[in-house]
Design a protein around this ligand. Structure first.
Ligand SMILES: Nc1ncnc2c1ncn2[C@@H]1O[C@H](COP(=O)(O)OP(=O)(O)OP(=O)(O)O)[C@@H](O)[C@H]1O
Ligand SMILES: O=C(O)C1=C[C@@H](O)[C@@H](O)[C@H](O)C1
Ligand SMILES: [Mg+2]
Length: 173
């Protein structure tokens, strides 16, 4: 096991907790969305607009296949585990943590954000439906779930750090 991946819906805290976890565990941190933006020289809404969502999904798979082989924490994009190939790479190359939060909390965090094209183009009801569909996939992709409901970023990070320390030694690869 080389990597620690954070998966979960938009606004579940993958980026916010990933950064803090990196500090707690003294491991380098990368955010897939930011890495893809850097490579393309474009922001995510612009990539969606110019090339379409499927192209963005392919960039995610390419990132997972090619990213350096080192110990690190990676915040994935909210849709990354929806491709079977991505799920297989995640589980084969790292420990996968699902950040779980109820939809009403997630909605409060993402409703006014302009940098998430899926939020921009969807109603609350559509986002809730997508949340329910994806949640099943996040659950079965992850090695462990981290419940962030009612937990501050600091508390959620501490819990995640304990789980990583506990499981790191038990991975076969
Ligand atoms: N447990 C929490 N308590 C309080 N605020 C939180 C918590 N988790 C996330 N947040 C806040 O919610 C917002 C969205 O979180 P973040 O950007 O980390 O989500 P994300 O999972 O990376 O989303 P995306 O998939 O769109 O990249 C941030 O402002 C973050 O600080
Ligand atoms: O949930 C999603 O499909 C997305 C989440 C973000 O992290 C970005 O990867 C992008 O906005 C798409
Ligand atoms: Mg993020």
């Amino acid at each position: 096991m080389k990597k620690v991946y954070l998966i979960g819906y938009m606004g579940s805290g993958k980026s916010a907790i990933g950064r803090r976890l990196s500090y707690a565990l003294k491991m380098p941190y990368y955010d897939m969305d930011r890495e893809i933006e850097r490579k393309m020289g474009m922001k995510i809404p612009e990539i969606f607009e110019t090339f379409g969502e499927e192209y963005f999904r392919t960039l995610e798979t390419e990132f997972l296949l090619n990213f350096r082989d080192e110990w690190c924490i990676i915040s994935t994009g909210g849709g990354t585990p929806m491709r079977k190939e991505n799920r297989e790479i995640l589980r084969a190359t790292g420990l996968v943590l699902f950040l779980n939060a109820p939809f009403h909390e997630i909605w409060r965090r993402i409703r006014t954000d302009r940098n998430r094209p899926i939020v921009q183009r969807s109603t609350r009801e559509e986002l809730q439906k997508l949340y329910a569909e994806r949640k099943k996939v996040y659950r079965r992709t992850a090695h462990i779930s981290v419940n962030t409901e009612g937990r501050s970023l600091r508390q959620a990070t501490e819990y995640a750090a304990r789980q990583v320390r506990r499981l790191k030694g038990k991975q076969p690869n």
